[in-house]
Design a protein around this ligand. Structure first.
Ligand SMILES: Cc1ncc(COP(=O)(O)O)c(C=O)c1O
Length: 243
């Protein structure tokens, strides 16, 4: 969606390259910024669809390597390890840094279409001038404020989802698959011989995963303990790990 939205606003979009294992080291981010020379650096952490975390050292290195805006899409921040500092802690003193979040994931409130960002007040003011019109209705904003007032209940599932995500990561290797470490609410796993086939076989057992056309991978969202058990036993039933 980010590349599509950039296109719709006449903004050139250039993809950077991640390291092996989908990480972005500080050296890599600096090298990519020097290669592309962008006005705006867009980093996704934790990343979708890989779940890969984004180190604060990488964000700092990106910020120091550009005179432009550094935008961190932290849609999955609530699923990060709680002992890890998140990108918000980097805002003081970095007036070109923007951190965005959404109520679609941890708040399970995707239908409301509420995203938000934290940044220096001057950046927020500038964005008010260029944002697309009609982006958030008054009703949506009222619903978001009500949801925030009940953040405890709205976020109640986060710990269970994180536990089930970690369980998926622990149990998939025994079925012959190789999960990548995830700080989001899903797990990307490799070692799938024929992702289209395994996707269809799982669907036949009422389990819907995502096939994002990354060779030999599928992505599964963590759910409740019962849903996760159903996914794991369905996958054990259909098999499909590369030899
Ligand atoms: C990394 C990332 N950012 C943003 C979004 C969009 O969230 P929203 O529902 O607020 O548009 C998604 C949705 O999948 C996402 O994966």
């Amino acid at each position: 969606m980010h590349s599509i939205l950039a296109g719709a606003t006449g903004t050139t979009w250039v993809e950077g390259r991640r390291d092996a294992g989908f990480e972005i080291s500080p050296d890599t981010v600096v090298r990519e910024i020097e290669r592309i020379s962008p006005d705006l650096v867009f980093l996704c952490g934790p990343n979708n669809p890989t779940g890969t975390g984004l180190g604060l050292d990488t964000i700092r290195a990106a910020y120091d390597a550009t005179d432009g805006i550094v935008f961190v899409d932290a849609a999955y921040a609530e699923f990060m390890p709680t002992d890890e500092e998140n990108a918000l802690s980097l805002l003081p003193g970095r007036e070109r840094l923007i951190v965005s979040r959404t109520m679609s994931k941890a708040f399970a409130f995707a239908g409301a279409r509420v995203g938000y960002m934290a940044a220096d007040p001057a950046v927020v003011d500038a964005l008010r001038l260029v944002r697309l019109p009609y982006h958030l209705s008054a009703l949506t904003q009222a619903a978001a404020i009500a949801a925030l007032a009940h953040a405890g209940e709205m976020l109640a599932m986060v710990d269970e989802i994180k536990a089930q995500r970690d369980r998926i990561g622990r149990e998939l290797p025994a079925l012959g698959f190789s999960p990548w470490p995830s700080e989001a609410n899903f797990v990307l796993f490799g070692g799938v011989a024929d992702p289209d086939r395994t996707w269809a076989d799982l669907l036949e057992r009422d389990v819907l995963v995502r096939n994002l056309s990354i060779p030999n991978t599928l992505r599964v969202s963590a759910g409740t303990e019962a849903e996760t058990s159903e996914f794991l036993s369905a996958l054990a039933g259909v098999g499909g790990a590369a030899a």
